[in-house]
Design a protein around this ligand. Structure first.
Ligand SMILES: [Zn+2]
Length: 495
């Protein structure tokens, strides 16, 4: 009887979900609270939990339950859960337990080594750890499926359905489409920055007000601080987001908070009745990123948003900042070195560089020792600027040191999904920008909840987006948006 088998499945997956939640909490703690002295012990703790998750995933009982359910007529959402779990289980069964633990340890060690290397601008100290990580990821990909390109196998863990074959032309189209905009504004005066010194305590209060106004539920989530902003879900009612405040940069910190709040609100909108079944998971990292980018860029860098924000800055911080000045400062088009501070127009070129380099590192056509030189060369060629130090070059991001290889394309997929969601939303909510200016964000969040969040992982991300927006092209939507916003700001138009 399928009802009893389904219940048995949810009992098994609930244990796996609890182990994953515990690991996520330890990882959150490592980045937010833990003194650096705890690093060695923490690596072992996280490796132990990863091993336990692996044991449960490869247990014959789980495979048997899934096989039984797969032969039965099931409601659509249960059938989707079985499909998701069978794919995850297949990936887990093929990777030996010893490699799983070694990877977890190498990732925790890699994170600590990256943190130290970035602080001391010392790539050489990090290189052996990174080299070891790439070797382990190659082994992992080969164990899962030796017949496919290792990059496709790793990418599937983040964005199933996307491959090298779809990404390469997509990045090529973006590179080609972005160049005329970047060329058109080159040499034009850059918008003035919003300069000053902004009290950190007052900034924190402002960030909390913005986050709550957008719809982030603080009874089911919290905001903390870390070196590199991130978000994680411990459980359906416990979503953690972090941000980083800058005394001399009001907008950089705020865009980080809006980004992570976007991630957090997606987690808070996932179907909690289906907890632990994978149906309550995000459909993909790219779709997750679309939610953060939507709020950070489409809403958070718009003039109506700054009109709403200005009096709140005055109230919290005491600073008079004109909305138009913030809008201009938040929307430069200017090649820069640091990805997380990149403008909307050049951002995807930062991802393009990382995508091409990580493919080369994984294939072995680029040696880890040669990464700094290759990185600097790629920035010179693609963005026309060259980092002076590795700290502002290949050491800037946490991802590779944490073993997240194949993750970067999710950012660009997110930007493209977000562009299409925003275009569809604008046509369906005619007073969208009036609502933003009045701080009425609820209808926007409700639309995202309906079109994206509530579907969880009941379908793959491209299908969820297609159902949400119809047949739109993300590259076209993003380029239209960029020309419309930045073209107007700089007084240039598409030829
Ligand atoms: Zn993000």
């Amino acid at each position: 009887m399928s009802g009893a088998t389904w219940v048995s499945l949810t009992e098994q997956t609930a244990k796996i979900a609890a182990l994953r939640a515990t690991a996520a909490l330890l990882e959150w703690d490592q980045q937010v609270m833990m003194p650096t002295g705890g690093g060695d012990a923490r690596s072992g703790q996280i490796a132990l939990l990863a091993g336990l998750v692996h044991e449960h995933m490869v247990a014959p009982a789980l495979s048997a339950t899934l096989a039984e359910l797969a032969t039965q007529p099931l409601p659509a959402d249960q059938a989707a859960a079985v499909r998701n779990l069978q794919r995850d289980v297949a990936r887990a069964i093929r990777v030996p337990a010893a490699l799983v633990s070694e990877l977890a340890r190498a990732q925790a060690d890699g994170f600590q080594a990256w943190l130290d290397a970035k602080q001391s601008n010392d790539f050489a100290s990090f290189a052996p750890k990174l080299s070891h990580l790439f070797a382990l990821k190659r082994q992992e990909a080969s164990a899962i499926d030796p017949t496919r390109h290792p990059y496709d196998v790793l990418l599937e863990a983040f964005d199933p359905g996307t491959t090298l074959a779809t990404l390469r032309p997509l990045f090529a189209r973006l590179e080609e489409g972005l160049r005329p905009l970047i060329d058109a504004v080159r040499g034009l005066p850059a918008p003035a920055e919003v300069s000053g010194t902004f009290d950190l305590t007052a900034q924190k209060a402002l960030h909390e007000q913005v986050m709550v106004a957008l719809g982030f539920d603080t009874h089911r989530g919290r905001l903390d601080f870390s070196e590199h902003p991130f978000s994680t879900a411990i459980a359906n009612g416990d979503t953690r987001i972090t941000t980083h405040l800058y005394a001399d940069d009001l907008l950089a910190g705020l865009s980080g908070t809006m980004h992570e709040a976007g991630h957090g609100m997606y987690e808070q909108g996932l179907p909690k009745a289906l907890a632990g079944t994978t149906l309550d998971d995000a459909a993909s990292y790219g779709l997750h990123e679309s939610q953060s980018r939507f709020w950070e860029n489409f809403i958070g860098r718009s003039l109506p948003f700054f009109r709403w924000l200005a009096p709140r800055i005055k109230a919290h911080i005491g600073a008079d900042v004109a909305p138009e000045a913030m809008f201009a400062a938040a929307n430069p088009v200017e090649p820069t070195l640091i990805r997380i501070f990149a403008d909307e127009a050049t951002y995807n070129l930062h991802i393009l560089v990382r995508f091409r380099l990580e493919v080369a590192l994984l294939e072995g056509s680029l040696a880890v020792e040669d990464l700094p030189a290759a990185w600097n060369e790629a920035y010179a060629t693609t963005l026309g600027i060259r980092p002076a130090t590795d700290r502002e070059g290949c050491l800037q991001d946490v991802h590779w040191g944490s073993g997240a290889i194949g993750y970067f394309p999710s950012y660009t997929l997110g930007n493209l999904y977000a562009a299409s969601l925003a275009a569809a939303l604008q046509s369906e909510l005619p007073d969208l920008w009036g609502q933003v200016e009045r701080g009425e964000f609820a209808p926007i969040l409700a639309w995202l909840r309906d079109r994206v969040h509530r579907h969880g992982h009941s379908a793959e991300a491209p299908d969820i987006v297609r159902a949400a927006v119809g047949d739109r092209d993300g590259v076209t939507d993003l380029l239209d948006h960029l020309w419309s916003r930045h073209g107007k700001l700089y007084g240039v138009s598409r030829s």
